[in-house]
Design a protein around this ligand. Structure first.
Ligand code: RAM
Length: 338
């Protein structure tokens, strides 16, 4: 894969309610009677709220499966384990989780499996021993490399760059950062060094303060990559509030609805994301298939409903599709959608 696909309104609107009203053959009629929990990193994140909307759409398509959307208030592994423990006690049929820590959630994943509860992860993976499959939004090397490419294009490959991540334990951000560092080895980035990596813990206020500290600590900072929708919007706000537009640019993974003002102000030149509604939808379709008895061994195919099929790869990893790139030419069109 060479780059991100440009979104067309049509490709995104397939997540809209009209398309979803079309009949779709559920993997199993039994899925309708199931209770599935979607456990995300924390509450109050619009990205995950959009995933939950997609989960509801899939559940309706599967005949009315019940979705319990829940999360801890703070994105910590301990609080998330407590949420999952309580779902196990409630004897849900399946759990779809975006993990706050890959390894810390393995014991609770094993406990769920022992009780016959189907456990999978999406967004931020649990280590393979703790779940059946993991659905990645897109290829990890592609997502990581693209973020470095975007800031490179903005800065003409010159100037200091930092990373403003989520929490240091989060699987997805850590995997994307590792992929960014691979991309950074290309000699074309020789004059665009990575000077620091900081963590805003997917909290608005902490991300905002970390962004301000970065600028103070690195007076020559020109760019920031934030591979989290919370970090990029908080970092962009700090750039705008502190009069840094034109001096420091932010890129990364953001929601068009939350990045519109930053793009229009010039704090962000381009950013990327996949459709979170489709992501919640695809994850729930996979859970429906698993609850209907679908195999999850490497090489098996799992239905993602109208998003097609995914093939289970090594260590249970599945991939949904490709992210979209946004800039001044298209961000407004998509801001109304996600
Ligand atoms: C934040 C979360 C989530 C991540 C997105 C891009 O909302 O950290 O896990 O996938 O950003």
């Amino acid at each position: 894969m060479t780059g991100l696909i440009k979104p067309s309104r049509r490709s995104v609107l397939i997540a809209g309610s009209a398309a979803l009203a079309a009949p779709f053959v559920a993997t199993s009629a039994r899925a309708a009677d199931k209770r599935v929990a979607m456990v995300v990193k924390n509450l109050g994140n619009s990205y995950f709220a959009a995933c939950a909307n997609g989960a509801e759409e899939a559940a309706a398509e599967l005949g009315g499966m019940e979705i319990i959307y829940t999360a801890p208030t703070k994105p910590t592994p301990e609080d998330q384990i407590a949420v999952i423990d309580s779902l196990i006690a409630q004897r849900v049929d399946g759990i779809i989780v975006s993990a706050n820590d890959a390894n810390a959630l393995v014991p609770v994943g094993k406990k769920a499996a022992q009780r016959g509860i189907k456990m999978m992860s999406f967004d931020s993976a649990i280590a393979p021993e703790g779940r059946l499959v993991h659905l990645s939004a897109s290829s990890t090397p592609l997502i990581g490399a693209k973020q470095v490419q975007m800031i490179g294009a903005t800065l003409n490959y010159e100037g200091e760059v930092a990373i403003l991540s989520a929490a240091s334990t989060m699987t997805n951000q850590n995997a994307w950062i590792a992929a960014m560092k691979e991309e950074w080895k290309d000699p074309k980035y020789a004059n665009m060094p990575l000077v620091s990596t900081v963590y805003g813990d997917d909290q608005d206020d902490k991300s905002y303060r970390e962004m301000q500290s970065l600028v103070k600590a690195h007076p020559n900072l020109r760019g920031v990559i934030s591979p989290t929708t919370i970090g990029i919007r908080a970092g962009a706000k700090a750039i705008m509030d502190d009069g840094l537009v034109g001096q420091v640019y932010i890129t990364g993974l953001g929601l068009p609805s939350e990045m519109l003002a930053a793009v229009q102000a010039g704090a962000c030149d381009s950013f990327a994301i996949w459709n979170p509604v489709e992501y919640g939808y695809s994850s729930t379709m996979i859970m429906g298939a698993i609850l209907g008895g679908a195999a999850t061994a490497e090489g098996a195919t799992l239905s993602m409903g109208k998003k097609g099929e995914t093939t289970v790869g090594a260590e249970g990893e599945c991939i949904m599709g490709e992210p979209f790139e946004f800039n001044a030419s298209n961000v407004a069109d998509f801001a109304a959608i996600f």
